[in-house]
Design a protein around this ligand. Sequence first.
Ligand SMILES: [Zn+2]
Length: 297
Amino acid sequence: MSTEKIVGRFAPSPTGPLHFGSLSCALASYLDVRNLGGKWLVRIEDIDPPREIKGASSRILSQLEDHGLYWDDKVLFQSTRLDAYQNSLDILKQHNLAYHCECSRQRVNSLEGIYDNRCRPSHLPSTNNATRLQLNQPHQLVEFVDKIAGRHVQSLIEDVGDFVIRRRDNLFSYQLAVTVDDQYQNVTHVMRGSDLLDSTPRQIYLQHCLGFTQPQYAHLPVATSPLGQKLSKQSLASSLISGQETLNIWSALNWLNQSPPNDLQKWSVSEILTWAISHWDSSNIKRSLTMPAPEGF
Ligand SMILES: [Zn+2]
């Protein structure tokens, strides 16, 4: 692969400011493609308005800039991409790969995460019904090699069932939107948290259905609190303290097992990043689903 074709991305949801875990993901994906001479894009995944916090997008973008993580091209906001998601959904329907599901939320919840495909195939009107992707043999058995987590195999029929690509409230699903946008932005390298490892086979399956190119995946450990919870707004993870960007970057590099010398803490953010790009080695990252954040974060 020629270096100008390498494209990575950081794709936060605007549900709150960056914390140590999300900064580490942004930094890792940035260093991974910059080390290869590739492009780094930022995409704001703002297609779930009920979960969004006003002002979070601009806060995240200014935090990235404060940490020297400058992106290429314009930021892509998923809220501007609804026509593209609809277009892909229409293609799936035209190929009889999608159907409407009239199951109640209560019924779906009672199935504990594995849909039993009861509504397959149906010709219900599209209003007020979720749309599910109909899984077909043999491609539903997805296998891929994650650059950090290793070989991953999932039978979508056994572990997930036909899954929702547009919700009952008419919002497009995360799985569909992320798949369409990774293709649209020519993303070749996806590096993100291990909480999305189990979503990856669904995205690979959608890529297959839509004739898209499969990027290379690498799933980082998720940073956890001392109580073992994923750092998130829900676990009351604190936002990064502004004014200590150098310490934040150094601590994230250390957490990513890149062995940054202590002296780096006296350098500027851009000097640390220059060091980190040339010394980046993703094979040093611990192969683990979770890892405690350092003390103080
Ligand atoms: Zn149903």
